[in-house]
Design a protein around this ligand. Structure first.
Ligand code: GDP
Ligand code: IMO
Ligand code: MG
Length: 445
């Protein structure tokens, strides 16, 4: 099976968009399987910058299908904005390139309002895009799907039922203004007209494509520590960001996945609230933020920055079954005298090598650091591991040992070609179907 899942292994913004764009060359289709426009995936191509919130990061190639899977929550206005902008820039000329699952749930204006209003009292630091409330409705079985929007009668009934409850909640609990039915109804019918040509049974399409031997790339959003079950709950997003959800979120079975590739930044960042053991609240953190341009691709918020945390990335390797890792933004660490990697935590005098589920423990975790010498040479132009300065190679080797997973690519700049490819994951996917745990344990350290 030559299908590859790409997932973030920290708190998001690891550079997944760049890696997906790079690998799309070897794929026939790219699928977003969870999250919504809380994601911001950046691609830089010959100096031109693109930020995608909903459209899969494979869209800059002609002839590659881009699929918004059932696991995504879709804000139609944002998608239409992205489509319009892409067409203006000369991409997505052929409408058959983009497909939206009939089963994708819609984000409605009341979801956004509830999200923002609740932040005032229950601070998660969400993106305010209505992601959590839309997933809540999906689970409560009152959500409105794309297929419901296509049938005016069904949409009317579902919107009426929902608004009756949401308006009560908004007015009485959140002290917000209610919504007018016809405004939303008419607004969404106009979206229907613009989007219906893209709506398909994408599970069926993917199944048939994979059966025919096509290569599919599954593009994760957010990161492992933002996973609803396995992240730093409640400071997480409202979907499962792990590779396992590539199946549920796109309507294919686990036997159709060939391999899982993790993306980790050479340091750590986080946006929003919640514990972050290796956070640097000093001038080093500031230096990383400025050098790495660490400002949110969706909200523009400054990202919190810190040292690489091997405990966090190890956690991600395990819950995703990662078989190969990409390290991104290594160039941002050029010029530091010394670099630190957290190899464990000290919590109330005890040493831990895993991320504790108890948030109070994680909040008081003191990282146990290993110090490594930095390097001064500019590495952006380098295309082979052997070209890298000795200390950069040491840094990567140490990360590889600590996370017990092979580094298969190293990104040294934002451009597509500023990448060192050690092992191409699609080649790997077609060669072996061995279990990730076996693969990792069998490897010599
Ligand atoms: P994503 O959400 O995981 O796709 O990541 P974002 O796009 O939110 O954030 C990653 C940022 O780092 C973007 O601005 C990318 O253009 C940039 N980027 C990705 N890889 C590299 C790299 O190796 N070096 C540098 N300097 N920037 C990179
Ligand atoms: P990409 O795909 C970084 C964070 C928010 C907040 C928490 C919950 O670009 O890596 P939400 O709006 O999802 O309910 O917010 O999750 N968050 C992200 N942080 N990158 C993202 O996406 C994120 N998507 C959500 O900042 O802390
Ligand atoms: Mg991002």
């Amino acid at each position: 099976m030559a299908s590859v899942v790409i997932v973030g292994t920290q708190w998001g913004d690891e550079g997944k968009g760049k890696i997906v764009d790079l690998l799309t060359r070897y794929a026939d289709a790219v699928v977003r399987f969870q999250g919504g426009n809380n994601a911001g995936h950046t691609i830089v191509l010959k100096g031109e910058k693109f930020v995608f919130h909903l459209i899969p990061s494979g869209v800059l190639y002609k002839n590659k299908k881009c699929i918004i899977g059932n696991g995504v929550v879709l804000d139609p206005a944002v998608l239409i904005g992205e489509i319009t902008e892409l067409k203006r820039r000369g991409y997505l000329r052929d409408d058959s390139q983009l497909m939206i699952s009939e089963e994708t749930h819609l984000i409605l204006p009341y979801h956004r309002k509830i999200d923002v209003a609740r932040e005032k009292s229950f601070k998660i630091g969400t993106t305010g895009r209505g992601i959590g409330p839309a997933y809540e409705d999906k689970v409560a079985r009152c959500g409105i799907r794309v297929v419901d929007l296509l049938d005016e009668k069904v949409f009317r009934k579902k919107l009426e039922d929902n608004l009756a409850q949401k308006n009560m909640y908004l007015e009485q609990m959140l002290k917000e203004k209610p919504f007018d039915f016809s405004e939303i109804f008419n607004e969404y019918l106009s979206y229907k007209k613009q989007l219906e040509k893209y709506v398909k049974n994408t599970s069926l399409f993917l199944h048939e494509a994979i059966q025919k031997g096509k290569h599919v790339l599954f593009e994760g959003a957010q990161g492992a520590l933002l996973d609803l079950d396995h992240g730093t709950y409640p400071y997480v997003t409202s979907s499962n960001t792990v590779a396992g959800n590539a199946c549920a979120g796109s309507g294919i079975g686990p036997t159709m996945i060939g391999s899982v590739v993790g993306v980790a930044k050479a340091y750590t960042t986080r946006v929003g609230e919640g514990p972050f053991p290796t956070e640097l609240k000093d001038e080093i953190g500031e230096k990383i933020r400025e050098r790495g341009g660490e400002y949110g691709a969706t909200t523009g918020r400054p990202r919190r920055c810190g040292w690489f945390d091997a405990v966090v990335v190890n956690h991600a390797m395990r819950i995703n079954g990662v078989q190969g890792t990409t390290i991104t933004k290594l160039d941002v660490l050029n010029g530091f005298d010394e670099l630190k990697i957290s190899t464990g935590y000290r919590i109330h005098g005890k040493i831990y090598h895993h991320v504790p589920s108890n948030l109070e423990m994680l909040k008081s975790a003191e990282p146990i650091y290993e110090e490594l010498e930095g390097w001064k040479t500019e590495i952006r132009g380098m295309r082979k591991i052997s070209d890298l300065p000795r200390n950069a190679k040491r840094y990567l080797r140490r990360i590889e040992e600590l996370i017990r997973t092979k580094i298969i690519m190293v990104s040294v700049g934002e451009e597509r070609n500023e990448t060192i490819v050690i092992k191409h994951p699609f080649a790997k996917a077609s060669q072996s179907k061995s279990s990730p745990r076996k693969g990792r344990e069998g490897r010599k350290k």
